[in-house]
Design a binder for this molecule. Structure first.
Ligand SMILES: Nc1nc2c(ncn2[C@@H]2O[C@H](COP(=O)(O)OP(=O)(O)OP(=O)(O)O)[C@@H](O)[C@H]2O)c(=O)[nH]1
Ligand SMILES: [Zn+2]
Length: 318
């Protein structure tokens, strides 16, 4: 996994009038399906690009690219525009230790889905996901599902600690439809990824959120002249109100990604303001004297549960 860049911006004009700008919806076996104003165009890559982009994936879903058209709805990717953000694993594969494995480019937010009950809320797991989002410098939005199964005050009590440290929390029920409008608003016009453990209601959420989703997906699959292979192929699913949901197999495992121990305290965002004030430069905030983090904990500026979560994650416990 790697820290994302913040370079680049919205798409502007292509460098030449005979070219088009677009977004990569799907990448598979050297082919790229690019959404442009002229429709979805199936592209190959220019050989030059393969040589230029050795340190990163050449193009992945979410990438903004410039293409030239060949015949019909085919073409070639001529350039990959700078990425605004990325969700990436640090790869140590055959192509070199520094090769990164980018799952999604230009990702706007990660929707961390957790049920209020059935399955019961697992705060340590949420902490783990939040650490990974912080490390990747990606915006995290907590989606608290199944609010119909608990009293409103109970749902609030579960997630209030996260709201207090600045994470947006959306409370939703797929059963009653409560909160879905706010969620629809949250995903409109953005590239989002939905993650969370099995049974929390991710599929129900996406279906309830966008009844047209299956239609939209079918339309893309038709354009691609292929069936849908959600388990193996990464793709962006266009949303009717603009924006995309990223569907990639690797996303299901992000909760297991490792963050270097020395970066962990920084990834607990409420610890961050204090870590430079510790007496020892390499302070682990677990036992050292004159630790600013533990002083903040004693003064109530850091929630004990989150501090304990930090200590446990540090020691390798999940
Ligand atoms: N009461 C209640 N039940 C829900 C809600 N959302 C989903 N469920 C139920 O919870 C179960 C799991 O929902 P899914 O949408 O399949 O969960 P998922 O996260 O996609 O699960 P995986 O596909 O295993 O990853 C189903 O029986 C749903 O009907 C909700 O808001 N309230
Ligand atoms: Zn310290």
């Amino acid at each position: 996994m790697t820290i994302c860049s913040t370079e680049g911006g919205p798409m502007g004009q292509p460098s030449r009038p005979d070219r088009l700008l677009g977004t990569v919806l799907r990448a598979q076996s050297g082919f790229f399906w690019v959404q442009t104003e002229a429709g979805v165009i199936e592209c190959r890559l220019r050989g030059r690009l393969k040589r230029e982009r050795l340190a990163t994936d050449i193009a992945v879903i979410g990438d903004h690219v410039e293409i030239s058209r060949a015949g019909g709805m085919t073409g070639a990717v001529e350039a990959v525009l700078p990425r605004r953000s990325k969700l990436a694993r640090r790869g140590a594969g055959a192509r070199g230790a520094h090769k990164e494995d980018v799952l999604v480019a230009n990702l706007d937010q990660v929707l961390l889905t957790f049920a209020c009950a059935a399955p019961s809320f697992a705060p340590r797991m949420l902490d783990r996901y939040l650490v990974i989002c912080e490390y990747s410098q990606l915006d995290a939005v907590v989606v608290a599902t199944k609010t119909d199964l608990v009293a409103p005050a109970e749902a609030q009590a579960l997630f209030a600690p996260y709201e207090r440290i600045g994470y947006p929390v959306l409370y939703v029920s797929n059963t009653t439809g409560a909160g879905l409008e706010a969620l629809r608003h949250q995903v409109a016009g953005r590239i989002s990824v939905v993650t969370g453990k099995s049974g929390v209601g991710k599929s129900s959420l996406l279906n309830a959120l966008q009844p047209e989703l299956h239609l939209a997906t079918a339309a893309v699959s038709t354009a691609l002249n292929k069936g849908r292979h959600t388990t193996t192929v990464a793709e962006l699913i266009p949303l009717p109100e603009g924006g995309f949901l990223a569907d990639t197999p690797g996303i299901r495992e992000i909760g297991l990604w490792q963050v270097p121990t020395e970066d962990l305290a920084w990834c607990y965002r409420e610890l961050r303001p204090f870590i430079d004030d510790c007496f020892f430069a390499g302070c682990t905030h677990t036992h050292e004297p004159n630790c600013a983090v533990r002083a903040a904990l004693r003064q109530g500026a850091i929630a004990p549960e989150r501090y304990e979560s930090y200590v446990r994650l540090r020691s390798g416990e999940v």
